[in-house]
Design a protein around this ligand. Structure first.
Ligand code: ADP
Ligand code: MG
Length: 325
């Protein structure tokens, strides 16, 4: 089957009179159909900018300097506004962390869900009502009929997030972009919602681009992982090799800071230092000041690009970890 999404060499800056934020600096990856691709990285590394760029929802201050985003044979960066409107919600949908804000406050949530179904799907009101109840149940809302009559302010954050995910998935999009969809929720509820999300997407044959700062979430969800740092991907690999044999010192450091069930006695090493200022990005590897494995070469040469260390494992590092390290 053809790939779902191909992002190539994407560069995006936010430009205001006084300053330029280099938010994305050459991001490339491919997502396969039905795959859960987790994009992970610290706050401010450009994850949401990437989501907004794919959706065609960047603010006016953002400039796409270069790149292609291929979806269904079309470069979304060249697509007309009406083409993008048709894709959004039907073929690609987006869910943010703040579901309560994304829902219309003055309409019962059931009607919001039914309207999406009828607008894109051409279903009758009766059929839309049935589909709405069904998908709310799939997302773990026990009494969907009652929930549908509620306004967003009557519902908890977790319930709103389930409603948003239901809205995003009810038309069986080929791609769901979920940007920190459970970050505001407690850990148990996060796990439950993510499990349902994964199961539902598998049943609907939807791929998920799951954006998170949380390696624990990645461990539960990902088939494929992309690790972002300062607006670039520094490592991409299937989940198992990435967790077993991380090759980029940043990925390694992220994993060291993560509690693990198989090694509860291990001392956790917090990640030291902070990411670079995107207003003033160095020419060299952006991880250099925090890197324990830096060589002279890393100080002298330009930022390394992603290179394969095995066919499906790519690393942007002059001195990657050895598989046995
Ligand atoms: N509208 C904006 N105008 C200017 N800078 C922005 C804007 N949105 C995000 N940024 C900056 O771009 C960088 C990437 O942000 P973002 O994509 O939100 O990162 P993440 O989602 O990984 O936290 C950050 O330095 C952030 O401050
Ligand atoms: Mg974000």
């Amino acid at each position: 089957m053809a790939e779902t999404l191909r992002v190539e060499n994407l560069h995006v800056h936010y430009e205001t009179a006084a300053r330029t934020v280099k938010a994305l600096n050459g991001v490339s990856f491919v997502q396969q159909p039905e795959e859960v691709f987790c994009l992970v990285g610290e706050s401010g590394c450009g994850k949401s900018t990437l989501a907004l760029t794919i959706m065609g929802l960047l603010p006016a201050t953002a400039k796409v300097l270069a790149g292609r985003i291929m979806f269904d044979g079309v470069d979304l960066l060249q697509a007309s506004p009406s083409h993008m409107r048709r894709l959004r919600g039907r073929d690609i949908s987006l869910v943010f962390q703040d579901a309560q804000a994304a829902l219309d406050p003055v309409q019962p949530v059931g009607r919001q869900l039914e309207e999406v179904i009828m607008a894109h799907g051409g279903a009758s009101p009766r059929a839309a009502n049935g589909m709405a109840q069904e998908i709310l149940k799939e997302m773990g809302l026990p009494d969907p009929k009652r929930i549908m009559g509620q306004y967003p302010f009557n519902l908890s954050g977790g319930m709103c997030q389930r409603v948003m995910l239901a809205i995003a998935l009810v038309l069986r999009p080929r791609l769901l972009i979920a940007d920190e969809p459970t970050s505001g929720l407690d850990v148990t509820m996060q796990a439950e919602i993510l499990l349902r999300l994964k199961r539902l997407c598998r049943d609907l044959h939807s791929a998920i681009l799951l954006i998170t700062h949380d390696m624990g979430v990645v461990a539960h969800m990902a088939n494929q992982v992309g690790v972002m740092y300062a607006g670039s991907l520094v490592e991409t690999a299937p989940a198992v090799p990435l967790f077993k044999q991380p090759r980029h010192p940043y990925t390694w450091a992220l994993l060291q800071s993560l509690p693990r069930l198989d090694n509860v006695n291990k001392r956790l090493e917090p990640l030291r230092g902070s990411p670079p200022d995107l207003l003033d990005l160095p020419e060299q590897c952006p991880f250099l000041p925090r890197c324990a494995k830096a060589l002279n070469r890393c100080r002298l040469e330009r930022r390394p690009l992603l290179q394969p260390v095995s066919p499906d494992h790519w690393v942007a590092c002059h001195n990657p970890l050895h598989p046995s390290e």
